[in-house]
Write a protein of this length. Structure first.
Length: 492
């Protein structure tokens, strides 16, 4: 178990904290085996096309907090990838009961060349004060970027001073892109800041409150928890500063994806006494049952959970069988982050489909809670069998393209924007679902199955598209092993 240390401004990066890797080529079963016996080693990429920056993930944990403002301390370009939050904001009509969500308040100190010589501290002070006056937030987060990390601005001292002066929390998030090769270190940096300076010790417990560490998915937990006599406290999108401050009063925490919530779940348990559900999120029948039973134990709702599961089975198992009969035997390739990508592999198998490969963006051998129960990939291998052609490739599209071309699945499932393009170029129907709660639980299997059917049956466009698409990758590359540039150091 990794020990959470909230005394330090920075969170330890995933490479050192969890032993996580970004390069692997083999099978899922071998990867799970390596992770359990200390043999997991990084397959060094000999070159990278581009990799995700952790600033985006750090800001993702705070930008949708209703009454927060975020200042990116760095060049304006470091905010470039954050336009996607506009999309995120608009795609989801279901804001969990929030009737008038506030605009996001995202700013940059716009560090320029001369600031890298004379320092950016003054610009940061002025920017934070201006943001405070203009948008009147209840908290201001300051996210650091490579440039200010290199010049060494003392962001911790400045934010402490400003907090004193303005009378609201002003909190540094230390997430410079160069800190880590693993993009999800940014999630940890954001949650470290929240746990360190925003969450307050619990004055009393709210016996029906359960923290749900998540992105911005639909309100499935509200519906489920109502039947169990519980309430979700969604952390952090669309929450308020006050809700976050009181998340220590919950009786349990759950995560929709251990990759996202690993650190905050552990921080809430270790520092605020809120136990977390260790088993991975409820995707697929077996895992949904395991997850609900653990929830029942932690919240003393065992009887309610058994009744709930019984009703779910009666309602949804016949519908799962129906959609399964239409998808049985189809093949699929998954690309996405761990562990949501693993969860999609579970859902595919419930639908009678075969996962014939995956390009997953990194791999954590264990999460911060140290429990093997949190390993969603191990659950997939144990519940449904091995997944061949399993790549860990840090969003390296050249590897995805190589693998897709060899495997030629019936459908490509993607979790991140931009990846479905590669399926379309090969004439492979491709599905991207942004709502990570869409495929959860029993009903999620039916939801996802119906979407898959729609996509597979309507393949005319991608078939035509592939006839005219230009593929930048040469025939030579498509014929190589997909792990060719992993320095010959593949695991397994
Ligand atoms: S923080 Fe560093 S890696 Fe991230 S966008 Fe800015 S310069 Fe690039």
């Amino acid at each position: 178990m990794s020990k959470v240390n909230l005394d330090l401004p920075e969170v330890a990066i995933r490479e050192t904290r969890l032993g996580s890797i970004t390069g692997y080529c083999g099978s899922a079963k071998e990867l799970v085996g390596c992770s359990r016996c200390g043999k997991l080693k990084e397959g060094e990429h000999q070159f990278n096309q581009t990799i995700g920056c952790s600033v985006g993930q750090a800001i993702c944990t705070v930008v949708l907090i209703q009454d927060a403002a975020v200042v990116s301390h760095g060049p304006i370009g470091c905010l470039g990838c954050l336009h996607e939050f506009d999309f995120t904001y608009q795609q989801n009509g279901d804001l969990r009961g929030v009737s008038s969500p506030t605009q996001r308040k995202l700013f940059s100190t716009d560090i320029e060349e001369k600031d890298t010589i004379y320092g950016g501290s003054q610009k940061l002070r002025e920017a934070v004060k201006e943001v405070y006056e203009k948008v009147n937030p209840k908290v201001i987060f300051v996210a650091t970027t490579c440039a200010v990390g290199i010049i060494g601005d003392d962001v911790e001292a400045i934010t402490d001073e400003l907090q004193e002066e303005l009378g609201i929390p002003v909190i540094g998030i230390y997430c410079e892109g160069f800190r880590s090769k693993i993009w999800t270190t940014g999630f940890d940096a954001g949650y470290h800041a929240i746990a360190r300076k925003l969450i307050k010790p619990a004055a009393e417990k709210q016996e029906d409150l359960v923290n749900v560490v998540n992105f911005w998915g639909s309100d499935v937990f509200g519906k489920w928890f109502k039947e169990l006599g519980l309430r979700p406290n969604y952390v952090t999108p669309y929450s308020t500063v006050e809700q976050l401050e009181h998340s220590s009063e919950a009786i349990a925490s759950i995560q929709i994806c251990a990759t996202l919530g690993s650190y905050l779940g552990a921080a809430l348990e270790q520092k605020f006494g809120v136990p977390e559900i260790k088993t991975s999120a409820p995707y697929g029948i077996e895992q949904t049952d395991r997850w609900f039973r653990e929830l029942g134990k932690l919240t003393h709702k065992e009887k309610e959970v058994e009744l709930f599961l019984k009703k779910q089975k009666e309602e949804w198992l016949p519908k799962i069988a129906e959609v399964r009969s239409k998808l049985e035997g189809k093949t699929a390739y998954v690309t996405g982050g761990a562990s949501h990508g693993h969860s999609l592999l579970a859902v595919l198998n419930e639908l009678g489909m075969k996962g014939v490969g995956a390009a997953i963006f990194h791999h954590d051998p264990l999460y911060d809670n140290g429990s093997v129960e949190a390993d969603a990939l191990a659950h997939v291998v144990d519940d449904y069998g091995d997944v061949p052609n399993y790549n860990v490739c840090n969003k390296q599209e050249y590897q995805l393209v190589n693998s897709l071309n060899k495997v030629k699945p019936d459908v490509l499932l993607a979790r991140h924007g931009g990846m479905t393009l590669w399926g379309a170029k090969f004439g492979i129907p491709s599905l991207l679902i942004g709502d990570e709660h869409f495929s959860m639980g029993y009903e999620g299997i039916v939801n996802y199955g119906n979407k898959l059917l729609e996509v597979i049956e309507n393949d005319e466009f991608v078939k035509n598209f592939s006839k005219h698409a230009i593929n930048p990758y040469t025939k030579w590359w498509l014929e190589q092993e997909s792990g060719k540039f992993l320095g010959g150091k593949q695991n397994g």
